[in-house]
Design a protein around this ligand. Structure first.
Ligand code: GDP
Ligand code: GDP
Length: 437
């Protein structure tokens, strides 16, 4: 079974992300509170009359001068033609036919995939009638008037779209496959790293059944491991536009971070750890993501003056109190420890997803608690009776006790250390909760 892919293309402001959110059953776009830009996901899953699909909103954040648009049109359409089973070309009946729509049509004409013109903002019948002018574009199987905002017409559109699917699709084609995000400041070597993984192994699992052929989240098989790298599009394709690069790259990394299971945070060995690196790591920890730090460009470092030990201590110092994060010294250029980096990310994923049996947990942790029980508060003794790992997404341990409110931060930290001493949770934030029993 494969995943059926729908791609949405079109000029800015026609309503692509509004339709996207509707197709994945999510009414509200997530607004970025800093910038005021819509920062909704560009990749999501949906279902229509028993058929599962994946939607890609190909529209990037790029807006600006005309020469940028040309590149943007090509990027969107190329992505759609490569990845999609059905392409939705969105136009705006309210604004009418524009030059940019025509430019899109010119490129889309090469598509061997079915293209539907979606005439959006047809909120009323009167407006829907204005869609006639888009026949002049001379492409597309059919024109569908829709209102992404109120949902009208989207059912008819989907009825037609699903006819072009090969099968029922799968609900979540990526279930159980580690999602990695490669993060870090510009120029640390992120794209080189990703390209090395892709290029070396030439093993993008594109044409195999059951895989997602998505250039935004690419699924790979490198060194015998299967994983997804989120936001590869942003990594492999370097924007030629210098303005706003910093802004967009920060936005993209936040999104990639949210989508990932494990964040590979790359530093530049010649620069050491900087404030922005600390921010990324802290954000990953806050989002309960697995973390691996790569100190890249290790080939450029004079080994007598800087030992790995020193370097590692310096990093852990800066990110304190986080101290469970593995640090690996890599060189993408000499390919030093690249395999180790991937293996470590996989290990961290395993640590993040594993479940410790309750009996084992109690056998090992209860004696630690007996040896060093929680301090009495106002003459009351806290008794922890048993511990269990909850069936949550991130490792969470529930401690059942008589007076949960009396367990304070220092003791909670002691318990976390006990868990980490007995079990391998390297690279993974763990949560402790105290419940009344
Ligand atoms: P994108 O740039 O193509 O992703 O466009 P957006 O989804 O961000 O939408 C651009 C603007 O059009 C927003 O203000 C939306 O609220 C508005 N919009 C989207 N769909 C509709 C619609 O069906 N009817 C109307 N009236 N406005 C819409
Ligand atoms: P990104 O902005 O993080 O994606 O960084 P790039 O992958 O574009 O790399 C920036 C520059 O650093 C390029 O010139 C790379 O060739 C170079 N570079 C990347 N990794 C290494 C490395 O391990 N050693 C050395 N010496 N240079 C590297």
């Amino acid at each position: 079974m494969s995943s059926n892919i729908i791609a949405i293309v079109g000029r800015p402001n026609v309503g692509k992300s509004t339709l996207f959110n509707r197709l994945i059953g999510q009414r509200k776009a997530i607004m970025d509170n800093v910038s005021g830009v819509t920062r909704d996901r560009s990749y999501g899953h949906g279902q229509w009359i028993g058929k599962y699909y994946t939607v890609i909103d190909t529209g990037g954040y790029v807006h600006g001068s005309d020469d940028i648009f040309e590149a943007e049109i090509n990027r969107q359409v190329e992505l759609a033609m490569n990845e999609a089973d059905v392409i939705l070309f969105m136009v705006d009946v309210d604004a009418g036919l524009t030059g940019l729509d025509e430019e899109f049509a010119n490129v889309l004409r090469r598509s061997k995939k079915p293209v539907f013109i979606v005439a959006n903002k047809a909120d009323t019948n009167a407006r829907a009638h204005q869609m006639g002018e888009f026949y002049a574009l001379g492409i597309g199987e059919e024109i569908f008037p829709v209102s992404s905002q109120n949902g009208s017409g989207t059912g008819e559109l989907l009825d037609e779209v699903v006819k072009h699917f090969k099968d029922e699709g799968v609900e979540d084609p990526d279930a159980g496959i580690p999602k990695l995000a490669v993060l870090g400041r510009p120029n640390v070597g992120k794209s080189s790293f990703v390209n090395l993984l892709l290029g070396e192994e030439r093993n993008i699992v594109t044409d195999q059944a059951g895989t997602t052929r998505d250039a935004i989240h690419s699924r790979y098989n490198a060194f015998g491991k299967e994983f997804i790298i989120v936001d590869t599009a942003g990594l492999r394709r370097k924007s030629k536009v210098s303005e706003d690069i910093e802004f967009y790259s920060v936005l993209r990394s936040v999104r990639a971070l949210e989508d990932a299971d494990v964040c590979i945070v790359m530093l530049d060995a010649t620069r050491g750890i900087e404030a922005q690196d600390v921010n990324i790591i802290t954000l990953a920890e806050k989002n309960r993501k697995g973390i691996v730090i790569l100190v890249n460009k290790w080939d450029l470092v004079e080994k007598d003056t800087h030992s790995t030990k020193q370097f590692e201590e310096e990093i852990l110092d800066r990110i304190a109190p986080i101290k469970y994060v593995p640090v690996i010294f890599t060189s993408v250029i000499t390919k030093q420890r690249i395999l180790k980096a991937v293996e470590k990310a996989m290990e961290v994923y395993d640590n993040k997803t594993k479940k410790i049996p309750t009996s084992k947990l109690n056998d090992l942790i209860l004696p630690d608690i007996e040896r060093y029980p929680p301090p009495a508060i106002k003459g009351k003794f806290v008794k922890i009776k048993y511990i269990t790992q909850l069936p949550t997404h991130n490792p969470t341990f529930a401690f059942f006790c008589n007076l949960p409110q009396y367990i304070k931060e220092p003791y909670s930290r002691y318990l976390e250390n006990c868990i980490r001493r007995h079990f391998d949770f390297e690279g993974v934030p763990i949560n402790l909760v105290f419940r009344k029993k």
